[in-house]
Design a binder for this molecule. Structure first.
Ligand SMILES: NC(=O)C1=CN([C@@H]2O[C@H](COP(=O)(O)OP(=O)(O)OC[C@H]3O[C@@H](n4cnc5c(N)ncnc54)[C@H](OP(=O)(O)O)[C@@H]3O)[C@@H](O)[C@H]2O)C=CC1
Ligand SMILES: O=C1O[C@H](COP(=O)(O)O)[C@@H](O)[C@H](O)[C@H]1O
Length: 589
């Protein structure tokens, strides 16, 4: 995560990028340079030292998370912000400070193992994300990438599997082929089972060969189906944890099937790992919009004072996908377990939580869990389940009897002082007419509005609305009333429109066109950084299941039939009635 970034000339004599955890012998050709945040990280790009501020900081990039090494971090921050600088000022990092870096002990190496390396997710998302991070200098030069699975493959086999999915992004053109070769040459394959310790012992040995005797950190990405998860986690826990460095495991969603199975899974994970080692990933939370929710709320004055039941009338969270998910939901998981449990509830938590005391992951998670616990359990009467019809043959037949819901509309309430009585309407579905991911925050009417008669017949059209749009075309829009030019006094609801593709088409880094990093890239970077605020903690997972349990139990007990809808249509009609029941105007399609 990077909130700020500045480009700085870097001396030709510099010997290694700061991100290389092996060498910190830096020299700079300048004495001071501005940095715009308390937290920094840096990397070399085209002979320029780029400092980034935000959730990361320089110390973390060398040594791990705040949670892992809090005291050392504090020491470094004290060094960084010195002299006359007040909080909020742009502090200067002195040459002495940079020179001092040469005394910082040698950094740790990093091994990343992808377990389930032959799978769709590993090939399509994880390895490409790792390459993108490697290309951009976010992985140490001496990183080791491991693929692990049951298939009998060689290093070369794995390299050609990975190579077939690697691409150079538009902002990754320079030396991309060389970088790919370098990346692949650091990739190794281990063949092993998931339910025995031998394979993990061999993986551990191979990692040690690469790590040598220096401090070495490890990340294990568990990209395996649920049935293999616990075995894999336990064997890693027993046989492959880093002997002298931190170990982090990334666990893929869904996080269990219901409250009970999730609790069992959590218990198994916590029997081998500490909470801070576990990163439960939902890649949809790696979207720019999600990170922006808190930035928008807490770094602007204009929203937070209105962010409560006095001014907000309702909130609508919409995830509408035009694609089919038949294969994915054919095992009965359905959209509630797949998207509602993590993505939707985390989005609502970030939107509604109280201000955390800092950007530290635990501080943010503490606030998220409070609001999740304050969220009322979802009444089955306030949930509309849908399933798209089969696309050929009998239009009245559900795709498969066992298929879980492919659509869910729901009304949630948060029973706390800030949100009492405000409906949170959720619409999440696949096989729908439009691909659309949006959050609508509708504000209340202006009390005693003297322009009431000039707004038109429908006063609802005259309420202010904040729209946070992720897809299509990321944007932030604010609907406001304004006078139509000309004689007379006619008001018009117009949109203040921050369209990202116009505003952020060029980045400041070399003015090269850039692409927004893939969400896996974002989140794996956070794991390396030890920034866990976008990953669900065990108590958040449990609180989220608790909200959804009444509906899931009802479906399981009574085999509730979902309302059928046309593939490519607008979803079940019941959703419109639900909106009306809760007094919420339907957000435009
Ligand atoms: N694919 C995606 O886009 C997304 C996936 N996920 C989650 O990520 C994880 C991995 O996804 P994906 O790659 O699609 O999964 P796959 O079904 O492709 O499985 C990954 C690998 O696990 C091994 N495997 C498959 N079935 C089993 C089994 N029953 N028992 C043990 N090992 C098995 C196979 O490796 P081998 O036989 O070589 O050992 C396979 O290549 C899953 O938990 C999924 O829910 C989450 C979000 C999106
Ligand atoms: O996990 C899932 O994610 C995809 C969205 O992935 P993205 O790469 O477009 O962010 C979603 O389509 C799918 O329904 C869901 O299961």
């Amino acid at each position: 995560m990077s909130l700020t970034s500045c480009l700085l000339p870097f001396s030709q004599s510099a010997t290694a990028p700061l991100t290389s955890t092996c060498s910190c012998h830096l020299s700079a050709s300048f004495s001071t340079f501005p940095v715009s945040s308390r937290n920094y990280y840096s990397y070399l790009r085209n002979e320029s030292l780029v400092l980034n501020g935000g959730g990361s900081n320089l110390w973390r990039r060398f040594y791990g998370s705040a949670a892992d090494l809090r005291s050392e971090e504090t020491i470094l921050e004290t060094d960084l912000v010195t002299g006359s600088h007040k909080a909020g000022d742009s502090p200067y990092v002195s040459k002495q400070f940079l020179d001092g870096l040469s005394d910082v002990p040698r950094g740790a190496s990093l091994c990343i193992a992808v377990v389930g390396a032959t799978g769709e997710l590993a090939r399509g998302k994880i390895f490409p994300a790792l390459f993108a991070l490697y290309y951009s200098g976010y992985l140490p030069e001496d990183v080791g990438i491991f693929g692990y699975s049951r298939k009998n493959l060689t290093d070369e086999d794995l390299r050609s599997i990975i190579a077939s999915t690697l691409t150079c992004r538009v902002d990754h053109q320079e030396n991309c082929g060389d970088k790919m070769d370098a990346f692949l040459s650091r990739t190794y394959y281990i063949n092993g089972g998931y339910d025995n310790r031998d394979g993990m012992s061999r993986l551990d040995k191979r990692m040690k060969q690469i790590e040598g005797v220096s401090k070495a950190n490890r990340i294990f990405y568990l990209s395996v189906p649920q049935e293999a998860l616990v075995d894999v986690a336990c064997n890693i826990g027993d046989k492959a944890q880093a002997p002298q460095g931190w170990t982090r495991i990334i666990v893929e969603k869904p996080f269990g099937f219901n409250s009970y199975s999730s609790h069992q899974l959590t218990k198994s994970l916590l029997s081998k790992f500490e909470e801070r080692q576990i990163y439960r990933i939902d890649h949809m939370l790696g979207r720019n919009l999600i990170e922006n929710l808190t930035v928008l709320r807490f770094s602007n004055l204009v929203f937070e004072p209105l962010w409560n039941r006095t001014y907000i009338r309702n909130v609508q969270v919409i995830v509408s996908e035009s694609v089919a998910q038949t294969a994915k939901y054919s095992d009965g998981y359905g959209i509630i377990r797949d998207i509602f449990h993590s993505h939707i509830l985390q989005t609502i938590a970030l939107l509604t939580m109280e201000p955390p005391i800092s950007l530290d992951g635990e501080d943010i998670r503490n606030e998220k869990v409070k609001v999740l616990r304050s969220t009322r359990r979802l009444d089955p009467a306030d949930a509309i389940l849908g399933q798209y019809k089969s696309r050929s043959g009998d239009k009245n037949e559900a795709i498969l009897n066992s298929v879980g819901p492919t659509y869910c509309a729901a009304a949630l309430y948060i029973d706390n002082a800030r949100w009492d009585g405000v409906p949170f309407l959720v619409r999440v579905g696949t096989g729908l007419i439009k691909h659309r991911v949006e959050i609508h925050v509708q504000f209340r009417h202006v009390p005693g509005n003297i322009y009431r008669d000039n707004i038109g017949v429908n006063i609802d059209l005259g309420t202010n609305e904040l729209i946070l749009r992720d897809e299509p075309d990321e944007a932030i829009l604010v609907k406001i009333n304004n006078k139509v030019p000309g004689l007379g006094l006619q008001l018009d609801a117009s949109e203040l429109n921050l369209l990202y593709k116009d505003r952020h088409v060029l980045v400041f880094l070399n003015f090269a066109p850039t692409q927004v990093p893939d969400s896996y890239e974002h989140l794996i970077h956070d794991v390396i950084d030890g920034d866990n605020h976008l990953f669900m903690r065990s108590d958040e997972v449990a609180a989220a299941w608790n909200i959804l349990s009444p509906v899931l139990d009802e479906i399981d007990k009574h085999h509730t039939a979902p309302e059928l809808y046309e593939f490519g249509g607008r979803g079940p009609v019941g959703a419109y009635y639900l909106w009306a029941k809760h007094g919420v105007p339907w957000a435009d399609e």
